[in-house]
Design a protein around this ligand. Structure first.
Ligand SMILES: [Zn+2]
Length: 439
């Protein structure tokens, strides 16, 4: 209850001008309209190629600011404050939605989801009393602001003296996953609002924390907002690295541990005991054998298994009494609610075949695959092997999963994308948002 009352203290809606309550030293924001230049290339904008979109400078400036802020899961405070400043500068309404801290979250740096929506043309933004609650949008545009560790600084391949072009490479943690999506989504929304193709009251954005760990940001958002959103929401557009392809869904996951129990003995007389490490080794070899079938489907392919942690024994001269393997399976078997249970049954069957007495499976949790909508003209499609926040938002809306950059570098020390990929994503998000208004 103490936690709840502390959180309630933080659960407030800010309007522009009251931001200092949340920020010790708010980062400087450089914004400009499409016709003016901004921080990245103000001295050389005249040399931009003719094909450069009008939004390039602002897109790259926003992306740079986002990537420069370290925001490892649990430490998203400064990124949330940056976005709050950003929306305040635009005279958007916004809300900082508290999310429970992780174990290593600093007490003076609480975590927030950032919800925001553009002012309707009839309301004067910062003084509007209607800003206290989100609107009833047709489309939710969302992604996450937390990143995997370690933080890697922002870098750009084009020298400061030259204008970036479509082949310019931008590197740094979260440059792809998922601040590339955040920057592209907001750029797309600004462009659609500017032309009148999107009405301000039809869109809500939510940038959530904790996606890279257990999805607690989206779960919190869903708990607070899904019921109200359900009345009007037609679609949610989730930004994740898909190489600008539209995902038809992604595999589910099963977290579990294979536990082996043996009997300790002197290592010179191993027949007097039973080696848990030996039994576990046999089990792991069996589970990882390419010929072992853990469950498959036409849409999602094969269920795959990673043995991420192996532990066992106490000393080289003692027959091991205990051993343990922590595993994560990427589940290809539907349905969403119970597909993982079929993989559990298959693993348990295999463990019985290896050693029914010594081996057991401890299931930590899981789910089957998540379906997304991918019947939109103009997009290549694929199925993703990674987890997302998509299943954590309750509701019957259409669900699109899309964004710039590739998952193959997303959690690596080589995380990077090109300016051309970012700009293609802006155009892709525009199409998806407009499509969402019609579904
Ligand atoms: Zn991600």
């Amino acid at each position: 209850m103490l936690l709840k009352s502390v959180l309630q203290l933080w659960f407030f809606t800010l309007s522009s001008g009251s931001l200092a309550a949340a920020a010790d030293s708010p980062p400087q924001i450089l914004l400009s309209g499409p016709a003016s230049s901004s921080s990245l290339s103000s001295s050389s904008s005249s040399s931009l190629p003719l094909s450069a979109p009008a939004y390039r400078t602002d897109l790259l400036a926003l992306h740079k600011h986002l990537v420069e802020i370290p925001s490892t899961s649990g430490h998203e405070h400064d990124a949330a404050v940056f976005l709050a400043n950003y929306f305040a500068e635009l005279n958007w309404h916004y809300e900082l939605q508290p999310v429970a801290p992780r174990a290593d979250t600093p007490s003076d740096k609480p975590r927030f989801n950032v919800l925001a929506w553009p002012p309707s043309s009839s309301s004067s933004s910062s003084s509007s009393s209607s800003s206290s609650s989100p609107p009833s949008p047709k489309v939710l545009v969302t992604s996450h602001i937390d990143c995997v560790p370690p933080h890697i600084p922002y870098s750009i391949s084009t020298p400061a003296s030259e204008a970036p072009n479509t082949t310019t490479v931008i590197a740094g943690r979260c440059s792809v996953d998922a601040k590339g999506s955040v920057a592209a989504q907001l750029t797309a929304i600004h462009a659609l609002l500017a032309t009148g193709a999107l009405r301000p009251s039809d869109v809500l954005v939510a940038y959530v924390v904790g996606e890279e760990v257990s999805g607690e940001g989206m779960r919190t958002f869903s708990a607070h907002n899904a019921t109200q959103l359900g009345a009007t929401l037609r679609a949610a557009v989730f930004g994740e690295p898909t190489e600008n392809r539209l995902a038809c869904g992604h595999k589910g996951a099963l977290r579990a541990a294979v536990v082996a129990t043996g009997k300790a003995a002197h290592s010179g007389y191993p027949w007097l005991g039973k080696s848990a490490t030996e039994v576990l080794s046999k089990a792991v070899v069996r589970l990882l054998d390419p010929a072992t079938e853990l469950g498959s489907s036409a849409r999602y392919g094969n269920t795959t298994l990673n043995v991420g942690v192996l532990q066992g024994g106490v000393a080289a001269n003692v027959v091991a009494a205990h051993a343990r393997a922590e595993v994560l399976a990427r589940v290809a078997v539907e349905p969403h609610e119970t597909g993982h249970e079929k993989v559990v049954a298959r693993i348990e069957e295999l463990l019985r075949e290896v050693d029914a007495e010594a081996l057991r499976l401890e299931v930590d949790g899981g789910r089957g695959p998540t379906r997304c909508d991918c019947d939109v003209d103009g997009f290549d499609t694929f199925v993703a092997n990674y987890a997302t926040d998509v299943p954590y938002l309750a509701g019957s809306h259409a669900r699109y999963l899309y964004g710039p950059g590739t998952i193959h570098v997303a959690h690596g020390d080589n995380e990077a994308l090109t300016v051309g990929e970012l700009e293609e994503a802006v155009e892709g998000f525009k199409k998806l948002i407009l499509h969402s208004l019609e579904v």
